[in-house]
Design a protein around this ligand. Sequence first.
Ligand SMILES: Nc1ncnc2c1ncn2[C@@H]1O[C@H](COP(=O)(O)OP(=O)(O)OP(=O)(O)O)[C@@H](O)[C@H]1O
Length: 730
Amino acid sequence: MRRPKPKCSGARKQRRLSEAQEIQLLDSWIEAGIPDPGTNPLAISPPPPDAPIGRTKDGSFSPYAGVRFFRQLPISQRTKDGLAPKYVEMSDIQRASLPHSLCGRDILGAAKTGSGKTLAFVIPVIEKLYRARWGPEDGVGSIIISPTKELAGQLFEELKTVGKHHSLSAGLLIGGRKDVDAEKERVSSLNILVCTPGRLLQHMDETANFECSQLQILVLDEADRILDAGFKTELDAIISQLPKRRQTLLFSATQTKSVKDLARLSLKDPEYISVHAESVTATPEQLTQLAIIVPLDQKLNLLWSFIKANLKSKILVFLSSCKQVKYVYEVFKKLRPGIPLKCLHGRMKQNVRMATYLQFCEETSVLFSTDVASRGLDFSAVDWVVQVDCPEDIPAYIHRVGRTARFRNAGKSLLFLMPSEKEMFTKLRAVEPKIPIKLKKAKEPVSVSALLSSLLVKFPSMQQLAQRAFVTYLKSIFLQKDKDVFDVSKLPIEDFAVSLGLSVTPKLRFLKRKSNVHMSSTKTTEEVEASDDKSKVHNINSQATVRSDDVEDDVLLPKESPSFEPEGDKAEILKKKKLKINMHRPLGTRVKYDDDGNVIPPLAALADKETGDGSIHLGTVKERYEKLREAMKVRDKEDKLLHRQRLRDKRTKEKLKLKKRKEEAEEGDTGDDHSDSDENEQRNPKRTKIYFDDDDNDEVDDAKAAKKSDSVTLAEQEALALDLLRSMHS
Ligand SMILES: Nc1ncnc2c1ncn2[C@@H]1O[C@H](COP(=O)(O)OP(=O)(O)OP(=O)(O)O)[C@@H](O)[C@H]1O
C-alpha cells in the first residue's frame, strides 16, 4: 500500500500541505452532511450524476447520503484512484452503509452473499486512518478479523487494491508457525492488520511490544460466525485487550442481532443496516436453486453423472468432512471424468490451500471442498454449487450457495437431500425472507460403485480412505444438532459402504456407545461428544482383544492398545509387592539370617574369621566398608547407564508416538474446518518440547543423585557401625 516516495523534500512538503487541506475539506464535508441516525440512504433520491461534488460555489457541501457513485462520496482522492476503474457505482450495501460509517458510526450490516460487503468496510478503514493522518509510529490503527485464512487473504488483496495510493502499511496475519517470528518483528509497526482470530491472539500473547491501545476501527467480517461458540474464547480474549473507544463494523450475509453478542463488543448505538431485509428472497435473485432427493448409497453415482453432464462448467462441491473430500477427490481423479479436479479442506497446508483457491478462480474445474470454502470466498464465475452433504442449518445453506450468483451474475445450485433429510427442504421453504428452492426429480444415475470397488482392490491405500470417509460421514450425521433432519438410524449403512466400493462394512462403535449411555436425541453436539468420550473409556477396557478387521479402531479410538489393562498371569506379575518399613524399630536392631535361615547377631559378618573368637577388629571393618564402597560405586555406574538408556528409549518412543499422531492428524479428521483449529495446532509444539530435554541434564541429575547417595548413605552406615562398635567395646 506504499505510494512511491516523492523525489525531493519540497515535493513532500507540498504533498503534506495538500493532504492536510484535503483532510480538512473531507472533515467539513462529512460534518455538513451527516445523516440522522437511523436514516436509510437508499430511501433518499440520488442527485443527478453531473451535480457538483464536494464544496459548491456557494460554499456549502454536496450531500453524500443517497448518492450512487463512489466519486460523490467524501473520500480521499487516493481512495477514489484505488477504486477506479473497476468500481464506479456502489452496490446497495455500500450505498446504505458508507454514509454512516464514514462519519464514525458503529455498523451492523447484513446483505446477501456477493453483494459487495467487503468494500463497505475496507473504504471506511482506509479513510478513518487517512483522515487521522496515521503513520508508522502510531502502530495498529485498524484490525479486520475474518474466520478463515482464505477469506482473510482475499480481504487483504481487496485492501491492497483500494489502498494502493495510500502510505498506510498493512499486514496479513494468518500463516503457519514458521512465519510467526518474522511477523513478530514487524507487526507492531503495521497500521492495518487483516487476520484470523487465532493468529491475532497469538501475537497478543507472545509478541513483545505488541499493543492495540490506539486502535481506531475494528471490523468483523462474517460477524455471526466469529461471534458464535466456535470462536468465543478467542474473541473474548481479543476484545478484552482492545480499547473500548473505537469504531466497530460488523458485516455478514446472515447477521446476528443478539443483544448479548453486541454487548460483548460494546457497540455504541449501532446503525442496523439490512439492505435486503425487505427483499422477497434471502439469497441472490439471479440464483436458481434446486433440490433433489437421493438415497445415501446413490449420492456418488449421482455426483459422478452430474459432473459428466457438466464438463464445461465450473462446479463447487460441498461435502461434510475432510475425509469425504479426500476420498471423493482421489477416486474421481482415478476415474478421469474429463475435467480438472481439485480439493480444498482445512487439513491442507496453507500455501496449497491458497494455490488451490487461486487456481479454481482461474480454471473451469470441479472443486471438492468442506465448509472452509462456504463463507465469503469470491471465486469468480462459479456455474454450479452442489451440496452433496446437507448443510447443518439454513445460514450454512445460504453461505454455500452464495459462492455462485455473485454481484449481479447468474448461478445455479443443487442440494442433495436423502429421504430422511426431507425436513430440511420444508425448513428452507418456510424461512422468511424466502429461499426459492425447487424440488427436481433425479434421472437414473450411472453407477460407479463397481468401478470404485475395483479401484479399492488395486490401490489398498484407497481402502483406508474409503473406510475413513464412511465412518466420519456417519459420525458427522450422528453429531448434528438438528435431529429432525439428521438421523443416522434411518440410513442404509451397508448399502452406503458398498456404494463407496467397500466389501466389508466398517464397524461403528459410536452407535453402540449411544445405546449404552442412553443418549437423548435432544442433546447438543458437545454433550454427545462428552458422553462419547466417557463411554470410550468404558469401551477400551472391554476390548482387550482387538480384531484386525475392526476398521473403526483406526479412526475413532486411540491407537495405543489398552496396555493398562493386562490379561491373566501378566496382571499377577505386574502386581508389585509393597515393602513395609517399620519406622519405630530402634537403630541397630535389624535381625540378620545366615544362609540356612538361622538368626545371627547383627555384626557377626564383621567378626574376625581368622581368630575365630567372634571379636571384631577396626581394621577388618574398615576394609570391609572399603570393599562395599567400591562395589556400590560399580553398581551405581551400572544403574546410571541403565537409567540413561531407559530415558533414551522412553524419549524415542515418545517421539515415534508424536510423529505417528501427527501423521494421523494430517491424514485428516472430521470436517471441523474453521481455520483457527490450525492455529491451535500451531501451539502444540510448545508442549512437545518437554520430550526433548538433552542428555547432559540427565547426567548432571544422575551425578547429583549418586553423590547424594554416596555421601549420605555410606557415611551414615559407617557412623552407625562405629557407634555400635564403640558401644560394644565400652
Ligand atoms: N460496487 C461494485 N462494483 C462492481 N463490483 C463490485 C462492487 N462491489 C463489489 N463488487 C464485486 O462483487 C464481488 C462480491 O463482493 P464481496 O466479496 O465483497 O461480496 P460479499 O457481500 O462480501 O459476499 P459474501 O457474503 O459471500 O462474503 C467481488 O468480486 C467484488 O469485486
